[in-house]
Ligand binder design. Structure first.
Ligand code: ZN
Length: 152
């Protein structure tokens, strides 16, 4: 990871840890899921309000490491307002990014702030921290009311 991206990565992680976005339970959520990463101890409860296939609102609660929290916070602010299919596509791209499959510079740039998570691809244990919120999102989008684990 080059110095610029590393600095940006640290900024994003710090910022979202200090003031996580959408860090609240949505009492009227119609899709929910719970995610767990036993390797690190990260836990997330995700709440979505979906209307006409659009993610109208997102909230999450949980505890875990800085990376898992920052990733959940960033994910929640990015998918708000997205169509279900768009969010699913973004998950695939994000997953390719953190596992090192996405290498096209242009496509990485299109990911905006999410691109900073490219830094975790060299650390397999961290990939799970970064992708937990996204796995939980997919579960919630599909049906929800399930517990997902990164170890399945
Ligand atoms: Zn973690």
């Amino acid at each position: 990871m080059d110095a610029e991206l590393r600095e940006l990565y640290q900024q994003v992680i710090l910022d979202h840890n200090k003031s996580p976005r959408n860090f609240r339970k949505l009492e009227n959520a119609n899709h929910t899921a719970e995610g767990y990463n036993p390797l690190c101890g990260d836990k997330i409860n995700l709440y979505l309000i979906i209307e006409d296939d659009v993610v109208k609102d997102v909230g999450f609660q949980g505890s875990g490491c800085a990376i898992s929290k920052a990733s959940a916070s960033l994910m929640s602010s990015i998918v708000k307002g997205m169509k279900k299919q768009e969010a699913e596509k973004l998950f695939e791209k994000f997953h390719d990014l953190v596992t090192g499959k996405l290498t096209n510079e242009e496509e990485i740039e299109e990911l905006g702030k999410l691109a900073v998570f490219a830094g975790v691809r060299d650390f397999p244990a961290r990939v799970k921290c970064a992708s937990l919120a996204w796995h939980t999102l997919i579960s919630a989008l599909q049906d929800g009311k399930k517990v997902v684990s990164t170890e399945e």
